[in-house]
Design a protein around this ligand. Structure first.
Ligand code: ARG
Length: 460
């Protein structure tokens, strides 16, 4: 029995090494269910336009059903000598049902077939990922709600800057993830175009009905150029770029979790089940999960660069290079799915040490800007006010105390505009309360934002 569908043209079989080098079945068998779905739609379309008989269609459906069951049960024998998922399935189908199986590939090429399979697979993956991002947003919102009023220092340059709340801080990530979802659903629109019908590169002589196939497979549109349909993978690149950004956002959060969990900071604790110990240092509890998220971000970024590089020098139309699109794409989806799952779980297991957060706010003159604003409201130009407060800070630093600890008389020594009401703006709570505008830190605002996010998450 000849092994390849195309071996008739060749005078000698390919070497073992070449067989192994060119085969993709070891990884593209993952596309099997989508390959069958695509084939069934293609067969139904061929039947509808009168190219495939009713008997052949029935045989194909029956054969594919058995084959699918074998695949699901792990009974299917994948053969490396049959190169890829497409030829494995077609050969098995033909073994099962004879000539009808050989007619399936009419008006089709593996080039438009594989492009269709990947789109179907990726569309499904994107839908799952969007749900996982939403779940993580919910976990963050729950924690944010609990800590809408928990004071913590906001940092710039990793130096204490101004008071924020832990809830407000977490909402920043909810926003990032909302944009990530926007990018994912936007790229899904471009994934959802049907390449089938492009055949190898130039379309087909059969009277195909591409819109019918598209409808059966749930595609919104058909690809309008046969060369483009089989050769571009920009939808996969776009997805991976969106995935890189999700990972980038989670990597930033991971960096913060690691820092916050460091005993030198001590803002939070991460549940034991997300940490590991040391084989030599008995006291250790290491934040392995966030560290790995940070590390795996490099891996996903690498996949993005791999896909971009894969595409950049390919002349039209299909080239075998494209077979290399799958592993980076699969790896990106797997990494992202696992990361999102574990992250939502981890956020639900965080303990917040509110006292340590508050303590840290009181140590960095976090309300200096509030004092400056206070003096401006009393009539001092901002630049002068800045200067006055800077001197007050230098004094407090010398005294080893916070601005709020300076007696009224001392503060009045820096500016006669200081009144007794100054202490209201010098506390972290006073600072927050005054920033009561959209996007601001006031507890009331943070709560409103949580409600707004919850509403938008409720809409599918
Ligand atoms: N395994 C191939 C891929 O992943 C399928 C398409 C092969 N087409 C071809 N003309 N060799 O791209």
């Amino acid at each position: 029995q000849d092994t390849h569908a195309w071996s008739g043209r060749f005078s000698e079989p390919v070497s073992e090494l070449v067989k192994k080098y060119t085969a993709s079945v070891t990884f593209d068998k993952r596309l099997a269910e989508f390959d069958i779905e695509g084939s069934l739609a293609h067969a139904a379309m061929l039947n509808r336009v009168g190219v495939l008989s009713d008997e052949d269609l029935a045989a194909i459906r029956q054969g594919m059903a058995g084959l699918l069951e074998d695949i699901r049960q792990g009974r299917f024998e994948w053969r490396l000598d049959l190169e890829d998922v497409h030829m494995n399935i077609e050969r098995r189908l033909t073994d099962l049902i004879g000539d009808a199986g050989k007619r399936l590939h009419t008006g089709r090429s593996r080039n438009d077939q594989v492009a269709t399979d990947i789109r179907l697979w990726l569309r499904d993956a994107v839908d799952g990922i969007v749900l996982l991002v939403t779940d993580l947003q919910r976990a963050l919102l729950d924690l944010a709600e609990e800590h809408a009023a928990t004071v913590m220092p906001g940092f710039t340059h990793l130096q204490v800057a101004q008071p924020v709340t832990f809830g407000h801080h977490l909402l920043a990530y909810v926003e990032m993830l909302a944009r990530d979802k926007g990018r994912l659903t936007d790229c899904r629109r471009r994934i959802n175009h049907l390449p089938l019908g492009a055949a190898a590169l130039a379309g087909t002589t059969f009277p195909i009905d591409r819109h019918y196939t598209a409808e059966l497979l749930g595609f919104d549109a058909v690809c309008h150029n046969s060369l483009d349909a089989v050769s571009d993978r920009d939808f996969a690149i776009e997805f991976t770029a969106a995935a890189s950004l999700v990972m980038t956002h989670l990597s930033r959060l991971s960096e913060e979790l690691i820092l916050w969990m460091s005993p030198r900071v001590g803002f939070i604790d991460i549940a034991d089940r997300f940490c590991t110990g040391s084989s030599i240092m008995p006291q250790k509890k290491n934040p392995d999960v966030p560290e790995l998220v940070r590390g795996k971000t490099g891996r996903v970024n690498g996949n993005l660069v791999a896909l971009l590089t894969l595409m950049k020098s390919q002349p039209l139309a299909y080239n075998k290079d494209n077979q290399e699109d799958k592993e980076p794409l699969f790896d990106t989806v797997d990494t992202l799915v696992d990361t999102l799952r574990i992250y939502a779980d981890m956020m639900r297991g965080i303990t917040v040490k509110a006292d340590a957060m508050r303590e840290a706010v009181l140590q960095g003159f976090a309300t200096a800007t509030d004092l400056a604003d206070y003096l401006v409201k009393k009539g001092l130009p901002f630049r002068d006010s800045h200067e006055v407060v800077a001197r007050a800070v230098r004094h407090a630093e010398g005294q080893g105390c916070d601005l709020a600890d300076l007696p009224l008389g001392v503060l009045q020594g820096f500016s006669g505009l200081v009144g007794e009401d100054v202490y209201r703006v010098l506390t972290p709570e006073g600072s927050l309360a005054q920033r009561n505008h959209v996007g601001g830190t006031a507890v009331e605002r943070v709560r409103k934002e949580i409600t707004r996010h919850r509403k938008s998450l409720a809409v599918p």
